[in-house]
Ligand binder design. Structure first.
Ligand code: ADP
Length: 269
């Protein structure tokens, strides 16, 4: 009997360990499935532009394109090559994020200045789409990666321009909000204040049931619009990762037909 009594806790421990192992195996299998899905999605997304490029290039190589059409064909090839380049860049950014390879040496970043820079970089895309871009607010500092925070705001403003209409606008507002209770409240309470970024557009909005899905890799509400304007389907997945990397949160506010606002919050530095 004594032996049994000693063995009981041991058996319980073994049981518990087996349960943990099984769970770990399940999680590993899930991660492996996600990885496989992602690779097959990437290959699929690469194939389409590559087919167009090789098709048109072959026609040109065999001298089957009228001289008057050559420039048009070259432009199509160029566009598809750009789409491949964007896709490869986004895939690389995501894999660096998965490996947390953006370095731990956080620097001070003024998100308002980053927003101004991004708006400048997207100036000609905005002009092409006939959308106005404005940056409002004032200096607001967080700690993190300069490259990654620029990529994050770039993707949001780019989407605001892409999913919009002629004559529409995108406003990015960056503000530092003081701590909830100045002078410090209870431990763990918001004692440092936060930086809030709001990106609003005048586009079609996002249906309520899809507001979480848009952050998934390769999920698109409107496939043709995304492709037509150079979307990779990875932009918001990168944004979400980048927000978490900076210990922040992201929410979508949207009224169908009346535009979308992405609200990001970070601990202020
Ligand atoms: P994409 O490269 O297709 O833009 P994203 O990951 O950036 O990929 O966005 C995923 C999908 O979410 C888009 O295809 C689009 O359908 C939707 N979406 C993103 N931003 C907006 C927005 N500002 N307004 C409306 N729909 C949006």
């Amino acid at each position: 009997n004594e032996i049994y009594e000693e063995m009981d806790p041991l058996l319980i421990r073994i049981d518990e360990q087996q349960r943990l192992l099984k769970q770990q195996n399940r999680e590993l299998a899930q991660a492996e499935n996600l990885r496989r899905d992602f690779s097959s999605n990437v290959s699929h997304e690469m194939k389409t532009p590559l087919q167009v490029i090789s098709g048109y290039a072959e026609l040109m190589k065999n001298d089957m394109v009228q001289p008057a059409d050559r420039q048009k064909f070259a432009a199509l090839i160029y566009e598809e090559a750009q789409a491949m380049r964007s896709l490869i860049n986004d895939v690389l950014t995501l894999s660096r994020l998965d490996e947390s390879a953006f370095g731990d040496d956080a620097v001070l970043i003024d998100l308002h200045a980053v927003a101004e820079r991004v708006a400048g970089r997207l100036g000609s895309f905005a002009a092409d789409q006939q959308v106005q871009v404005r940056v409002e607010g004032s200096a607001a500092r967080i700690a993190g990666s300069e490259t990654l925070s620029e990529e994050m705001l770039y993707n949001l403003i780019e989407n605001g321009i892409r999913y919009n209409h002629e004559g529409g606008s995108v406003v990015m507002r960056v503000e530092a909000e003081p701590p909830a209770r100045p002078g410090g409240g209870l431990p763990g309470e918001d004692a440092v204040g936060q930086v809030v970024v709001r990106v609003s557009d005048t586009g079609p909005g996002i249906p309520e049931e899809l507001r979480e899905k848009v952050f998934e890799r390769f999920f698109r509400v409107d496939k043709s619009r995304s492709k037509e304007t150079g979307g990779t389907g990875l932009g918001l997945a990168i944004v979400k990762h980048a927000v978490l990397y900076h210990h922040g949160s992201i929410e979508v506010e949207s009224a169908e037909g009346a535009g979308t606002t992405f609200v990001l919050r970070f601990p202020a530095a």
